[in-house]
Structure formats: structure tokens, C-alpha cells
Design a protein around this ligand. Structure first.
Ligand SMILES: [Cu+2]
Length: 114
């Protein structure tokens, strides 16, 4: 099973693509690609312990960060083009993914328990 999520930026044409990768282990991996694409929203419900990989296919650097429901922020640091940043989801609840450099980039997840 796989699906994609496109989040089109309102001004810049940047977008996030989410691909759920099937993995043999219990934990899943969601690949989120930053590129130019049309908006197509898909609801995903990753679990605590699942991995999200952010793949920068844009030709500019990003600096993504996750804000958990309790306010905890995880910054993934500067991400040059054609690089990947990974994080393991740590808490149940609502998570907002944004970019320090491009505030228009925004993606929301609801993380559920195992
Ligand atoms: Cu950015």
C-alpha cells in the first residue's frame, strides 16, 4: 500500500509529498518529498516509533522542524538540496511540520499510539 500527499505552497510553488513505504517491521516509514507539485491532501495516521524521512528535491535548502502537541520542538537542521533528514515520531498527538526558512511550508500529522 502506498499513497502520496501533496501540499502545495500558496506562494512559492514548493510542495511536500508523502509516500507511505511498506516495511516488514512493525514500524513504518513515511517519505516526505519537498518539490514542485499540485495540492492533493491525504490523511495519514502514523504511529509513535514510525520514521519520517524528509527528502529535499527542491533546488533550495530547507530547515524543517516538528512541533508536538505539548509544544516540544524538534529541529532537523539545515537541509541542502538532494539530502534526506529522518526523525522518529516520539509522542502521540498532533504534530505540525514547518520550515524555519519558508513559513508557508506546513504539514500536519496526527500520531497515534501503538
Ligand atoms: Cu524551506
Amino acid at each position: 500500500m502506498s499513497f502520496e500527499l501533496f501540499l502545495r505552497c500558496l506562494t512559492g510553488g514548493l510542495a511536500l509529498t508523502v509516500v507511505l513505504l511498506a516495511t516488514p517491521a512493525s514500524a513504518e516509514e513515511f517519505e516526505i518529498t519537498i518539490h514542485h507539485a499540485e495540492l492533493q491532501e491525504v490523511k495519514i495516521s502514523p504511529h509513535v516509533g514510525d520514521t519520517i524521512s524528509f527528502v529535499n528535491h527542491a533546488d533550495i535548502a530547507h530547515n524543517l522542524y516538528l512541533t508536538y502537541e505539548d509544544g516540544q520542538v524538534e529541529t532537523l537542521d539545515t537541509q541542502p538540496p538532494r539530502t534526506i533528514k529522518r526523525t522518529v515520531l516520539k509522542q502521540v498527538g498532533h504534530v505540525v511540520v514547518r520550515c524555519w526558512i519558508h513559513p508557508i511550508i506546513r504539514m500536519e500529522l496526527d500520531v497515534v499510539g501503538k
